[in-house]
Ligand binder design. Structure first.
Ligand SMILES: [Zn+2]
Length: 133
């Protein structure tokens, strides 16, 4: 896996922590993420600089432990909780994902956000600003 320059890796491991090139794995279950890497996360990184993935693909066990909803898109590797490394870029990240055609669901907090995608379906473009208090 190569992640210091961008979202170049083709598989998305179940990780609770994925910062720059360091990955803390809790499971070796992996899913393909080429669609989102090319269509959503990588373009976002080009706009706001390094993006920290706080939570990406989750296996059932991790999803349960973090209190994820039972049909969470994290379970299929189609969602990520992210924040820009530079906090001042957060508004730009939100604006980028609001406008991005691949955004399925965008739920924002004050410093991080949840974004999902649907590689095989039509994005709902469901935007909830200030969803996380
Ligand atoms: Zn999420």
């Amino acid at each position: 896996m190569e992640n210091n320059k961008g979202f170049k890796f083709s598989q998305y491991a179940c990780a609770v922590l994925l910062i720059s090139s360091s990955i803390a794995l809790v499971s070796y279950q992996v899913v393909e993420i080429d669609d989102v890497a090319s269509g959503l996360l990588e373009p976002a990184r080009l706009v706001v600089g390094p993006v920290i993935v706080c939570s990406g693909f989750r296996c059932e066990e991790v999803n349960r432990r973090v209190g994820g909803v039972s049909r969470s898109q994290h379970l299929t590797g189609q969602a990520a909780d992210i924040r820009p490394q530079d906090p001042s870029q957060y508004p730009r990240l939100v604006e980028f994902l609001k406008a991005c055609e691949y955004t399925d669901q965008l739920l924002t907090g004050s410093t991080w956000l949840h974004v999902s995608w649907t590689p095989l379906g039509t994005p709902r473009h469901m935007i909830r600003i200030g969803y996380y208090k």
